[in-house]
Design a protein around this ligand. Structure first.
Ligand code: AHG
Ligand code: MN
Ligand code: MN
Length: 341
């Protein structure tokens, strides 16, 4: 009964789809030609196709290893490969993207088709984030970042992305969780859309998302504790101490999917850390398609992101698969961690 009432209540309200929202926002930019809007639409289409595969999983034999490795030496999952193909194909046929950088491709991909001749945008993408969770039905995601090509006269080149993350024009993630959501920013706040499978549309559910300044959750792979620098160990000990005034001990929550951990912390407050370690001085996560887009979103929601020394978005990128340590989340928690390094 209660469910029926709430359900009806939802459809009594006007539903705003991602497509409608994008067109409405476009009016804020009088000279915009709708190209970025169409690019975001293309990302949304691929997201729905990947969502279908994630939901059907074992039923369509998309779970398990593909038997190949990516450039970082990681085993590719079938769904890594499938998601990569779907996003590349949607961006190719959309005509607004001239170059793609993907976690799953060693080299950047030029799009030379006739419809992409005047395309302005470059997309860096982690098609499937949290791959190790696919086989066990735990939340996975997609992360994307959009750059504008510097000159339209010459072919897009790596120079267009070898710059600082502050030059991103849009960034977002899709979370394939207990419900599927698309969250994105174009530098004017962060908005979240929940996929309503019954109508096949992402509908505005989280307008103007803001991250709490404080939180009571820390997310880090503590199995690696022995390899962390002293300051990170000190911060973990701080999180575990008892202190009523600061609501400690904090809860430890870490899924192995950056998208899931950051989405939870964005809504509830918290910090996500993937630090450097003795073996991996640059940490694990990649700047172009993991750290930078997440840093852009979190900053737009009022949080901060650092590599331990400088703001993530100020790091100069020199390699498409460049890694960086990351401390990201609620402003007071991240500043506390940084003060201990
Ligand atoms: P991907 O599946 O795209 O390779 O990314 C996995 C990332 C990130 O999502 C997660 O937070 C982290 O790797 C987990 O790494 P550990 O298993 O080393 O903690
Ligand atoms: Mn990832
Ligand atoms: Mn991935």
């Amino acid at each position: 009964m209660l469910f029926a009432l709430n359900y009806e209540h939802h459809y009594m309200k006007a539903v705003k789809t991602l497509g409608q929202f994008i067109i409405e926002k476009q009016a804020d930019f009088p000279y915009a030609k709708g190209e970025l809007s169409r690019l975001l639409r293309d990302v949304g289409i691929a997201a729905k196709i990947v969502n279908r595969a994630v939901n059907q999983a074992c039923l369509i034999d998309i779970v398990g290893d593909a038997g190949t490795m990516n450039v970082q030496g990681e085993t590719q999952k079938l769904l890594d490969v499938y998601a990569n193909e779907q996003f590349i194909s949607a961006l190719k046929s959309g005509g607004e993207c001239c170059m793609i950088i993907s976690e799953e491709n060693e080299e950047h991909i030029h799009i030379d088709s006739a419809i992409a001749k005047d395309a302005k945008y470059i997309v860096a993408i982690d098609p499937l984030d949290g791959s190790t969770n696919i086989d066990v039905n735990v939340t996975v995601g997609t992360i994307f970042s959009v750059y504008r090509r510097k000159t339209i006269e010459t072919k897009a080149s790596l120079e267009d992305v070898f710059q600082q993350g502050t030059h991103q024009v849009a960034a977002g993630y899709i979370i394939y969780g207990s419900s599927t959501m698309l969250v994105y920013t174009t530098g004017k706040g962060v908005n979240g859309f929940t996929l309503d499978p019954s109508i096949g549309e992402f509908c505005l559910s989280h307008p103007n998302m803001m991250m709490p300044e404080d939180g009571a959750v820390y997310s880090i792979n503590e199995g690696n504790l022995g390899c962390f620098q002293q300051g990170v160990k000190l911060f973990i000990t701080y999180c575990q101490e008892t202190d009523q005034a600061s609501h400690r001990p904090f809860a430890s929550r870490y899924t192995g999917s950056m998208v899931a951990d950051i989405h939870r912390n964005l809504i509830k407050g918290g910090i996500f850390i993937y630090p450097s370690s003795a073996d991996n001085p640059n940490g694990k996560l990649r700047l172009l398609y993991e750290c930078n887009p997440m840093a852009f979103i979190i900053e737009q929601a009022g949080g901060i992101a650092s590599n331990g020394h400088i703001r993530i978005l100020d790091i100069q990128v020199n390699d498409i698969h460049q890694r960086s340590p990351i401390f990201i989340g609620s402003v007071n928690m991240v500043n506390k961690a940084l003060s201990m390094l």
